[in-house]
Design a protein around this ligand. Structure first.
Ligand SMILES: Cc1cc2nc3c(=O)[nH]c(=O)nc-3n(C[C@H](O)[C@H](O)[C@H](O)COP(=O)(O)OP(=O)(O)OC[C@H]3O[C@@H](n4cnc5c(N)ncnc54)[C@H](O)[C@@H]3O)c2cc1C
Length: 306
């Protein structure tokens, strides 16, 4: 038993619960306090039964690869769902659509996209995280994004009902979709063009090489911290405002790419403070209000913001 009454009576499941699990190890920025409870469903039916039987007041949060998240130091309220079981990482090709479980990492799709010559999906192989997370945030790079390739998204809502949405129903725009915290993306259908596998493999390698030479490697980061305002580059605005040399505790911006945050410490609060300072400096210098691309979730250590 624990001191959170709403998580004392969780339904019996076939998957696994972890109570007060620190989220630091599940995020690329490598910070974040504990989840009240983490649930790793065994499969779709297990997830549905959990959702139908749990106390309706328990908030939900779906964690993908944690590559676009800053979890605050006080951790997350409620249940954090992680689609880790093999049944959430299956894929199949039907005609010109690649269906993949939302728990598939984009990196793991590299082999199947290259070997089968699935043209148009090359960009995805270089984006950290899962296909579920990529759909939720309409991830993109190298001139493409999920909005351009998604054919269908299978999603479970908080009441356990499953529906399949077509691209036009997903509400995609720049790094956004209509999916909310109570929508659990289960499977993603991605439309491709049949191409020569060698040509596809070459594009994947060129993209990887571009990242190796233009973006910081091996640091604790969440990629682009701020969205590019219409017609402008966030990194340029940050540099002009002196944000590239700002430091908060052990959080700073990467010397190689000043829109990439570089965390060398253990404090989500420092990272958030740095983001706030950069937004203020850019606003003062250029009048532009930067919008964060990184999603901040959770409660502060002393139960301040959440
Ligand atoms: C080095 C680096 C480079 C990057 N480069 C790019 C880039 O080029 N382009 C780009 O767009 N992004 C980039 N990113 C950011 C990040 O990789 C993407 O935003 C990615 O799509 C996030 O996916 P994730 O699975 O890690 O999601 P998470 O970070 O775990 O979660 C992000 C959001 O998605 C939701 N979510 C995750 N899974 C599901 C699901 N199954 N159902 C419903 N909601 C879900 C979460 O609740 C959260 O709201 C980069 C990040 C890093 C660290």
């Amino acid at each position: 038993m624990n001191d959170k009454p709403h998580i004392n009576n969780l339904p019996k499941v076939r998957g696994e619960y972890k109570f007060f699990e620190p989220l630091k190890g599940y995020t690329w920025l490598n910070v974040g306090g504990p989840a009240d409870v983490m649930f790793f469903p065994a499969d779709e039916d297990d997830l549905r039964d959990f959702l139908r039987q749990k106390d309706k007041n328990i908030p939900l949060f779906v964690l993908g690869g944690g590559s676009n998240l800053l979890v605050r130091d006080g951790g997350l309220n409620g249940a954090v769902i992680k689609l880790k079981a093999p049944s959430f990482a299956r894929y199949r090709i039907e005609n010109d659509i690649l269906y993949c479980g939302a728990g598939c990492t984009n990196f793991s799709l590299k082999k199947i996209i290259a070997e089968n010559g699935l043209g148009g999906l090359e960009f995805l192989c270089s984006i950290p995280g899962t296909t579920g997370g990529a759909v939720r945030g309409n991830a993109g790079c190298f001139g493409s994004d999920m909005a351009k390739v998604v054919a269908a998204v299978k999603v479970m809502s908080a009441d356990g009902k499953v529906r399949t949405l077509k691209n036009a129903e997903c509400g995609f725009s720049y790094r956004r979709s209509n999916f909310g915290d109570n929508d659990i993306i289960l499977e993603v259908g991605l439309r491709f063009e049949h191409k020569d596998p060698a040509a596809v493999a070459e594009i994947i390698e060129q993209n990887a090489e571009y990242r190796r030479t233009h973006q910081p490697q091996g640091i604790k980061t969440a990629g682009s911290t701020f969205k590019n305002p219409e017609g402008m580059a966030a990194w340029k605005l940050i540099k002009e405002a002196g944000g590239d040399t700002m430091v908060c505790g052990k959080a700073k911006m990467s010397a190689q790419h000043c829109n990439f945050l570089h965390n060398e410490g253990n404090s989500a609060a420092d990272i958030e403070k740095l983001c706030d300072s950069i937004v203020a400096a850019v606003k003062q210098k250029s009048g532009v209000t930067l919008e964060r691309e990184v999603k901040i979730v959770g409660r502060e250590q002393n139960n301040g913001r959440s």
